[in-house]
Design a protein around this ligand. Structure first.
Ligand code: HEC
Length: 215
């Protein structure tokens, strides 16, 4: 009787619990796979939502402050605002959201806005679409081994306001503004655009772990 009890105890320890553990482990693996599959898609969707919201916030702030500066000082006076404030405004959004936010252009007025090797192919694709009148949506690329999601969105010459500083130097840009542009940006390649042209793109780097935190 004592032996039998011992035997069943040994059996219970050696077989019973082990079996249960391996079944549990199996379930956990299955669950993780399931979670991972859902999460990859959910992460990309969330990155898109978050990217849209940050770039809209940035665009709204830039436009509001630009309009204010133009109303107060005219386009020529507002150039100082752009030169001094555009980047800091984006920097403050970067620290608020723990992301990296840039505007890049193949004809950058500010040399710091030239695209890097990760951004060039995306900007080229938007330029191709714009030339062929294909409406381009924002996109998301996995970079840095998937640890960072690069959200990009085209920036178009959306309205007549843009022309006063990026349009045809003979037609759209007032002489006073042109003179000031020459003084602030002697090499300025960022003119000659028409309404609807691609002016550049937003390049927003979202750390994957920050996106995951939002889910
Ligand atoms: C008052 C003049 C002014 C107006 C109006 C203006 N911009 Fe600009 N824009 C600038 C200046 C100056 C810079 C460079 C800012 C800097 O030095 O960081 C700039 C930079 C940019 C950049 C970053 C790439 C680059 O060339 O450095 C983009 C994109 C851009 N502007 C798009 C627009 C769009 C779109 C509009 C219309 C909604 C617009 N701008 C209206 C003056 C203007």
């Amino acid at each position: 009787m004592k032996n039998l009890l011992l035997l069943s105890l040994i059996l219970l320890i050696s077989c019973g619990p082990q079996e249960r553990v391996s079944k549990e482990a199996f379930d956990v693996v299955q669950q993780n796979n399931e979670v991972k599959r859902i999460t990859e898609v959910a992460i990309l969707e969330e990155a898109m939502v978050w990217g849209d919201s940050i770039t809209q916030e940035a665009q709204a702030q830039l436009t509001a402050q630009l309009q204010e500066a133009i109303a107060a000082n005219g386009p020529a006076g507002a150039l100082d605002f752009c030169k001094v404030n555009a980047l800091p405004l984006l920097k403050s959004l970067e620290s608020k959201h723990a992301v990296t936010l840039r505007r890049v252009s193949s004809q950058p007025r500010n040399p710091a806005d030239a695209p890097n090797s990760q951004e060039i192919p995306l900007l080229d694709a938007y330029a191709y679409n714009a030339e062929n009148n294909i409406l381009a949506d924002p996109s998301i690329q996995k970079i840095e081994g998937g640890e960072v999601l690069l959200y990009t969105k085209p920036i178009l010459m959306a309205n007549a306001l843009c022309l006063s500083c990026h349009g045809d130097p003979k037609k759209d840009i007032a002489p006073e503004t042109a003179a000031k542009l020459k003084q602030l940006y002697p090499q300025d390649p960022a003119t000659g655009y028409a309404l609807g042209d691609l002016r550049g793109m937003w390049a927003l780097r979202l750390p994957k772990k920050e996106v995951v935190k939002r889910l």
